[in-house]
Write a protein that binds this ligand. Structure first.
Ligand code: NAD
Length: 325
């Protein structure tokens, strides 16, 4: 019987009840074993005879992979898969898959929600009205969205889903993504920007939708923030380590950036004294961009479908290391 270990704080936060997973596992002659402990030793003990490990955000490094003597698969139950050492998994002949399509529209919607709320100074205004203060002057300046420029970094699934939504507000959309052919930009009618510096200098809103890689790590650092327009707004629903939030906070406090909308933090949950949480011009949400009732259901179904494909020897749909097949 194949043993499927499910683990990580974020997994149990999303799925406090395991009934769906247990029923699906039973149908394919497998069993679900939850590992709630956060320490490596307990996890490695359980993984010793496991076929599959399922995680959300928990680091699966070489040592953990090597402990899976009967390991067939690692499933990063999320879009980003930077938590898995894919090279080590490949060397051990294990399939690594993610679940890339369950929440594309949700994340694009959340990016728009943050962009609108930060630009319309909603956090500041809620603070004012909660004290019965009634003066719109505190929120000045607010600009119309029409003809303002949205710059998208990473024109993949989510970046593309953002395009028609932004155009609906009359924004002009441009994007920076060095890995795509021109025809995608032409098809979407998005202006292609070939240089990161150019998109920083010319965007009124900058929304990040690239994965966390060696190349994107702290891509938006102090130097990059220094190139952004004084009235611009940064939105990050991708990965926190792409951005240096200290540089963002400093720029906002010094009036060199209008505001930021943030869904992802280096440490989640963050320290309650983190100054980024208490700034009127920064809206922080708790890594929720992915969520809707529909996406939650998709995530469960797509994940168990992928595990079933691997355990039944079929080709996995979202394999990240096809060379192991
Ligand atoms: P995707 O793989 O479809 O698109 C990513 C795009 O980024 C690709 O087109 C790629 O070419 C581009 N890219 C790669 N390196 C780049 C670079 N150096 N500069 C510019 N572009 C670069 O991924 P997606 O489905 O659109 O998801 C994007 C990211 O969103 C994920 O990696 C994940 O980290 C994040 N995400 C967050 C949440 C959330 O709840 N906050 C949910 C889902 C996804």
């Amino acid at each position: 019987m194949d043993k499927i270990v499910v683990t990580s704080r974020r997994f149990f936060m999303k799925f406090p009840k395991l009934e769906y997973f247990e029923n699906r596992a039973k149908e394919i002659g497998a069993t679900i074993v939850p590992v709630r402990a956060e320490d490596e030793k307990t996890l490695m003990n359980e993984l010793n005879d496991a076929s599959v490990v399922v995680v959300i955000g928990r680091q699966i490094d070489r040592r953990i992979i090597e402990s899976m003597k009967k390991g067939k698969m690692i499933l990063a139950m999320q879009v980003g898969y930077d938590c898995v050492d894919i090279e080590a998994a490949t060397q051990h002949g294990m399939v690594v898959s993610n679940v890339p399509v369950y929440c594309t529209d949700e994340v694009a919607n959340h990016a728009i929600a943050l962009l609108l709320a930060v630009s319309r100074k909603i956090k500041l205004l809620i603070k004012e009205t909660s004290q019965a203060k009634w003066d719109y002057n505190v929120a000045k300046p607010i600009y119309n969205f029409k003809n303002r420029v949205l710059g998208i970094i990473g024109l993949g699934r989510i970046g593309r889903a953002l395009v028609p939504k932004a155009k609906g507000f009359g924004m002009n959309v441009q994007a920076y993504d060095p890995y795509l052919h021109d025809d995608i930009f032409n098809f979407l009618e998005v202006k292609r920007v070939y240089d990161l510096d150019d998109i920083l200098k010319t965007s009124d809103y900058l929304s990040i939708h690239a994965p966390l890689t060696h190349e994107t790590f702290r891509m938006i650092d102090e130097n990059a923030v220094g190139m952004m327009k004084k009235d611009s707004v940064l939105i990050n629903t991708a990965r926190s380590r792409i951005v240096d939030y200290n540089a963002i906070l400093k720029a906002i406090n010094e009036g060199r950036l209008a505001g930021a909308g943030i869904d992802v933090m280096d440490v989640e949950p963050p320290d309650k004294d983190d100054p980024i949480l208490n700034n009127d011009r920064i809206i922080v949400t708790p890594h929720i961009a992915w969520y809707s009732e529909e996406s939650l259901k998709n995530l469960m179904e797509y994940s168990m479908d992928e595990i079933e494909r691997v355990l039944k020897g079929r080709r996995p749909r979202w394999i990240l290391n096809p060379e192991v097949l």
